[in-house]
Design a protein around this ligand. Structure first.
Ligand code: GLC
Ligand code: CA
Length: 554
């Protein structure tokens, strides 16, 4: 494996709208991010991924871009963005923007021009089909519900959108479109970006010719996955993308790739992969149901362990996956992976250590370092997330009561991760002096950055220790490059593994309330991290307390 500049880094995802509001309009912004760079530096993170802040109608919170060359005024100006890149650089930090090029916004100039002249140049930037009465071009179901086809305004055509109807899909088969994308990427990289997080990329290659598949629900539609399984040849697009852009700048890229095909991992993240890395979503997709959120099964600690190990095994030393506990599309990890009733600082630290010490690149999502939790909701009217609103409808249609449907939505709503960052116990959690665009989680008086900065036993302090350990000269090589070897794999609610490189480390976590014993093959040399006060041990036998996690040098 060729060594790369980003291998030993720690990344942090910022959701700009909810990070910090500098001007009191209730919306987080780029000057707000700049004012918190020292907090992030102090935490120890190196790479900052910003969810989209390009000009956008925000139909899907910025994942619907109407101008790839400008910053939305709600987030700031281009000068603010340039200042952010420069201020980050001063602190040896890198900025990643979100690359959203499967689709743009219906308010993008290209789409407007396609409506004016669907047979002209811009008509070919999209997937357009003649409208037929009572029949859709294909029966695919959009990720956000309903058919993927809508009428192209002012014409007798329809256009394809695999996400929201305000997110028309771009036609990657058209070389002119691809040139436009590359031009924009290089324009940004010339500004000094460190790279990109690449949105929904697996969708750019459609199975051609577009056709219908057997329906999988009463709505007569089929899941997008059915079409994607049939598509092939995405590699041609992705290698061209890499060669024309990222590779020339040695940029870091992380792909949002769900379900690449078996055996394709080296193509994606191997030495000359399409991307530097891609997210490991194995844990987050666990328990999903084709029927909808209401039918999902919760994940147990055993499942969590098996998902993590399966991904580690798959990645081997092919490349680095990017490990996450949560992101802006997922519920808070501590609410999802820690059983109800057991959520406390200690169990949050256990989850942090077990995830952070895996091989790969650790990504922290804003507020995760504080142990932020899901948002309690009491009515569907409180929900902003467009996908949660659709899932609520799906649940009601499946016959669930309003109460049960709300419960399902509350568990997976993307709002959970999008509530404002909890900076302090002041009004609105110190996020804004105005009215926050989305409800602040009422637990901010208890869970907030100011309190945790001052507490050496806080979740935040524990994250700092984990990051410091990853960077410590004595352990860095082992933590970054060392092999991962599961141990006591069949022991219930025990997640333990060795990291073997220059040194040998053992990470052992007791993922349950009751204590359990482990017996080491030989005495350990040193305790590198412990989320409990002491270690109860007798010779080589250690009694791990409920939710205790240890990182030992062997
Ligand atoms: C990705 C983003 C998500 C967005 C979707 C469409 O999955 O993470 O937030 O809604 O793509 O762009
Ligand atoms: Ca603002």
């Amino acid at each position: 494996m060729t060594k790369k500049w980003w291998h030993d880094k720690v990344a942090y995802q910022i959701y700009p709208k909810s990070f910090y509001d500098s001007n009191g309009d209730g919306i987080g912004d780029i000057p707000g991010i700049i004012s918190k760079l020292d907090y992030l530096k102090e935490l120890g993170v190196d790479i900052l991924w910003l969810s989209p802040c390009y000009r956008s109608p925000l139909a899907d919170q910025g994942y619907d871009i109407s101008d790839y060359y400008s910053i939305d005024p709600r987030f700031g100006t281009m000068a603010d963005m340039e200042r952010l890149i420069a201020e980050a650089k001063k602190r040896d930090m890198y900025i990643l923007m979100d690359l959203v090029v499967n689709h743009c916004s219906d308010e993008h100039e290209w789409f407007q021009k396609a409506c004016e002249d669907p047979n002209g140049k811009y008509g070919h930037y999209f997937y357009l089909r003649d409208k037929k009465e009572g029949e859709l071009p294909t029966n695919w179901r959009s990720y956000f519900g309903g058919p993927v086809w809508d009428d192209l305004p002012g014409t007798d055509k329809q256009y394809l959108h695999v996400f929201h109807k305000k997110q028309p899909d771009l036609n990657w088969e058209n070389p002119e479109l691809r040139e436009e994308v590359y031009k924009n990427i290089n324009w940004w990289l010339d500004k000094g970006l460190g790279g990109f997080r690449i949105d929904a990329i697996i969708n750019i290659k459609k199975a051609l010719p577009l056709r219908s598949y057997p329906a999988d629900r009463d709505d007569g539609l089929c899941s997008m996955q059915t079409m994607l399984k049939e598509s092939s040849g995405i590699g041609t697009f992705l290698s061209e993308l890499r060669d024309r852009t990222f590779k020339r700048y040695d940029a870091f890229t992380v792909g949002e790739v769900f379900n690449e095909k078996p055996g394709e991992l080296p193509d994606f993240i191997g030495d000359n992969g399409y991307f530097s890395s891609m997210f490991d979503f194995n844990e987050t997709i666990f328990g999903h149901s084709e029927k909808g959120w209401y039918d999902a099964s919760p994940i147990t600690p055993e499942d969590y362990k098996n998902c993590c190990f399966a991904s580690q095994e798959k990645a081997g030393d092919i490349g680095f996956l990017s490990n996450i506990i949560e992101n802006h599309d997922e519920p808070r990890g501590v609410s999802r992976y820690i059983p109800e009733g057991d959520r406390c600082d200690k169990s949050k630290k256990l989850l942090a250590a077990l995830n952070f010490m895996l091989r790969g690149l650790p990504f922290i999502y804003q507020g995760q370092e504080l142990g932020m939790e899901n948002l309690p909701i009491s009515s569907i009217d409180e929900v902003d997330d467009i996908s949660a609103r659709d899932e609520y409808r799906v649940a009601l249609e499946a016959g669930l009561s309003e109460e049960a449907a709300l419960k399902a939505v509350a568990a997976y709503s993307r709002d959970n991760a999008r509530t404002p960052m909890q900076w302090s116990d002041q009004a609105n959690a110190g996020f804004t002096e105005g009215t926050p665009w989305l409800t602040v989680n009422p637990n901010y008086t208890r869970i907030n950055a100011a309190a945790q900065v001052a507490d050496e036993n806080s979740v935040l302090a524990f994250y700092k220790k984990l990051i410091a350990l990853r960077k410590a000269p004595a352990y860095k090589e082992t933590i970054v490059y060392g092999a991962l070897e599961p141990v006591w794999r069949e022991r219930r609610n025990l997640m333990a593994y060795y990291r073997k490189g220059e040194r040998t480390l053992l990470v052992a976590g007791n993922f349950q309330r009751e204590q359990q014993e482990i017996t080491l093959p030989k005495p350990y040399k040193k305790v590198l991290l412990n989320n409990d006060k002491d270690i109860i041990e007798e010779k080589e036998t250690i009694t791990l307390q409920g939710y205790q996690v240890l990182i030992l040098e062997m």
